[in-house]
Design a binder for this molecule. Structure first.
Ligand SMILES: C=CC1=C(C)c2cc3[nH]c(cc4nc(cc5[nH]c(cc1n2)c(C)c5CCC(=O)O)C(CCC(=O)O)=C4C)c(C)c3C=C
Ligand SMILES: [Fe+2]
Length: 424
């Protein structure tokens, strides 16, 4: 909710009525004016109650923009009866709806309309502000060519060579229903109702062309993607995201996260590759483990998040210094050692994961973990780090149950649609 100059509350419905999604919004003063101006001008704006992230731009929002508190991640398969034109129309329709929802507006004509037809918008976000909603779209390897070689959309020769299904990793316990998929949408927001509303409406729009394959709700971001954010904690109770690539590190983003012009293809320049891994955490075993052991496994202190080699949270870990027993202070199989760029050809990943709890299993154990999301300029970078984690002490407490990889095309220009250059 935001307010106009008279202090009146403005819901999604109120904003549309007043601004008409156009230049009229610029005439508004005060906080409401700031939000509407952002919609018109394409810049990010915050009115202190709700933040609006620009939908159009060089990069898709939801990667280097500050990680929000909530996630609804959805993976779709394109229906076997859908044509290339159907797919293009879906991407156009998704673009139009996403531009409106990220601006805090209703889908299409809103939740009202003819009593003889379902409304364009399902209605559960009426009255809620944009809540920093970002919608990030991606294409899986099978969209380009199915596993049995079907070039169903004429895209086989446009597949970036980097975009192939991930290899199997040691200890993988993947569940078929939580892997792969043709299209993904990452919806992040500071209000779960706004994120869920977005995925629900995009799924509804896809009806007849694409169907949900699997999806995941997440809460409590497990990474900071800006130095302005405090480092959050994962469900093992440790600070997560300390050494993450941050929005303020332009050089690192260019080198490690965005696809460069020399790499290509053109439609991916300014884009990235997303890896999603659903990692179940054996919470009950961890909770019975001594603090000393928990810290050894991670390689950092639980309270401060400082490396065990000394200092405070942001002190660089020292992997050489040894203790009284001549063993390094940061164990040889500690997670932060094996994941560190020093052991991985300088590779850093932009992590953007979320905690999840999907209830409990029949033995009364929490079905909980980390929905790991990382962005990198090539999936091979993730593969290198994940292979390095083969002997990670943390593995005793983890089970990787879901996995997928997607090409995240570059940002959408005003008037264009998601992945347009791919279909040229
Ligand atoms: C393949 C990549 C990674 C997976 C999978 C992964 C799982 C995972 N991580 C934690 C907890 C922590 N990870 C931390 C650091 C860290 N992790 C990775 C990569 C993967 N983690 C990287 C690249 C890094 C940064 C290493 C560095 O540069 O120092 C930390 C320490 C704090 C931090 O820097 O973020 C924690 C804690 C869990 C619980 C988990 C699986 C469930
Ligand atoms: Fe990690």
């Amino acid at each position: 909710m935001t307010s106009d100059e008279s202090g009146r509350s403005l819901s999604r419905r109120g904003l549309i009525g007043l601004a008409g999604a156009g230049a009229a919004g610029l005439a508004l003063g005060g906080a409401g004016g700031a939000v509407i101006a952002a919609n018109v001008a394409g810049a990010a704006a915050s009115n202190g109650v709700g933040t609006v992230h620009a939908f159009h731009g060089e990069h898709q929002a939801g990667i280097s923009t500050p990680a929000q508190d909530r996630l609804h991640f959805a993976v779709f398969d394109v229906d076997s009866t859908a044509s290339r034109d159907d797919l293009i129309q879906l991407l156009k329709d998704w673009t139009a709806a996403a531009a409106r929802m990220t601006a805090g507006e209703e889908v299409g004509g809103g939740a009202d309309g003819s009593p003889l037809a379902p409304p364009d918008d399902t209605g559960e976000a009426l009255g809620l502000p944009a809540s920093a909603l970002t919608l990030t779209f991606g294409f899986g390897p099978a969209l380009f060519e199915t596993a049995d070689g079907d070039d169903r959309f004429g895209l086989a020769d446009r597949r970036p060579p980097e975009l192939t299904a991930l290899p199997r990793f040691r200890g993988d316990a993947l569940v078929e229903q939580l892997t792969g998929g043709d299209l993904c949408i990452q919806a992040c927001a500071d209000d779960p109702q706004v994120a869920v509303h977005a995925i629900r409406n995009l799924s509804r729009i896809a009806f007849g062309t694409a169907s949900l394959r699997w999806s995941q709700l997440g809460f409590g971001r497990t990474s900071s993607t800006s130095t302005s954010q405090a480092t959050p904690r994962n469900l093992f109770g440790f600070k997560d995201g300390t050494a993450n690539v941050k929005a303020e590190e332009q050089k690192a983003l260019d080198e490690q996260v965005w696809v460069g012009a020399e790499q290509g293809p053109t439609w991916m320049v300014g884009g990235s590759y997303l890896v999603a891994r659903k990692i179940r955490m054996v919470i009950e075993s961890w909770d019975r483990t001594r603090l000393e052991e928990q810290e050894r496994v991670i390689g950092r202190s639980k309270g401060e998040g400082a490396p065990l080699s000394g200092g405070t949270e942001f002190t660089e870990p020292d992997f050489h210094t040894t203790g009284a027993t001549d063993a390094p202070l940061i164990d040889r199989d500690a997670h932060v050692r094996l994941a560190h760029p020093d052991l991985n050809d300088g590779i850093r990943l932009l992590r953007r994961g979320y905690n999840y709890v999907d209830g409990n299993d029949s033995l009364g154990r929490l079905d909980a973990g980390l929905f790991f999301l990382s962005y990198q300029s090539s999936p091979e970078r993730f593969v290198t780090v994940q292979r390095s984690l083969a002997n990670d002490a943390l593995n005793e407490y983890l089970k990787h149950v879901g996995s997928a990889v997607f090409a995240i095309p570059r940002g959408i220009a005003t008037g264009s649609w998601i992945g347009r250059e791919l279909f040229r």
